[in-house]
Design a protein around this ligand. Structure first.
Ligand code: G6P
Ligand code: MG
Length: 222
């Protein structure tokens, strides 16, 4: 059992895909005859595709048959895939590679912990796949965040004690999942939204390498 590991959420932490998810959901909402706003899209962060569609249909007050539901799930994902088709390394959020490089240099295991079923192709497109010792995504989890399952599987795959894991998250549900997993949670985004996180940063540019080093030291001492 190792003492330190780092787990990254994908959407909103490594890449800004929220805008593409938004465009795809908005297209579906418009086709169904209602509006879907950027503010409403906030509710979708960290939330599984299925749950997002349930919320969307609630917003539009639409009752769907199982068949319609399944069709719209597929349609949204095909539209989303078209939006991310040409993603490249320019869409990596600022200073993410600096943090990943530092962890690699120190031989600290790194995992992805995401609700997305598209995580692997996205990491490949932006050229970050090789950094990850384990990828846990929407294809492997049965319980969505805020359930801690995704992060506990990642810790197990890395062979790191959960209390030695550090999680980077931009969603309220993700911070709750990390806290419930007994891990150190770091909120990336608005501090007032992610108030349950152990530490908060607007983005990685604000997070010095000395801070990462101090987290490593703290967990080694646990
Ligand atoms: C992430 C995003 C959510 C998205 C979910 C599922 O958690 O923040 O907005 O709904 O992944 O993504 P998928 O790519 O499987 O539709
Ligand atoms: Mg996220």
């Amino acid at each position: 059992m190792k003492k330190v590991g780092f787990i990254f959420d994908l959407d909103g932490v490594i890449v800004d895909t929220a805008k593409y998810h938004y465009l795809a959901w908005k297209k579906l909402a418009n086709e169904l005859g209602f509006e879907f706003t950027v503010e409403q899209n906030e509710l979708f962060k960290g939330v599984s595709r299925k749950r997002c569609l349930e919320i969307l249909l609630d917003i539009g007050q639409i009752k769907a048959t199982q068949e319609q539901f399944d069709t719209w799930m597929v349609e949204k994902n095909l539209d989303y895939l078209a939006y991310i088709e040409n993603m490249d390394s320019s869409e990596i959020l600022p200073d993410v590679p600096r943090v990943l490089d530092y962890l690699k240099e120190k031989n600290i295991p790194i995992a992805l912990g995401s609700a997305s079923k598209n995580a692997r192709p996205i990491l490949k497109k932006v050229g970050l796949l090789s950094y990850f010792d384990s990828i846990v995504d929407g294809n492997q989890v049965t319980k969505a965040k805020p359930d801690p399952e995704v992060f506990l599987i990642a810790a197990r795959n890395l062979r790191v004690d959960p209390k030695g894991c550090v999680v980077f998250e931009d969603a309220v549900a993700g911070i709750e999942a990390a806290n419930r997993a007994n891990m150190t949670s770091i909120g990336i985004g608005e501090e007032n939204v992610l108030s349950e996180a152990h530490y908060n940063f607007k983005d990685f540019t604000e997070m010095g390498t000395d801070f990462i080093a101090s987290l490593v030291q703290k967990n080694l001492a646990k």
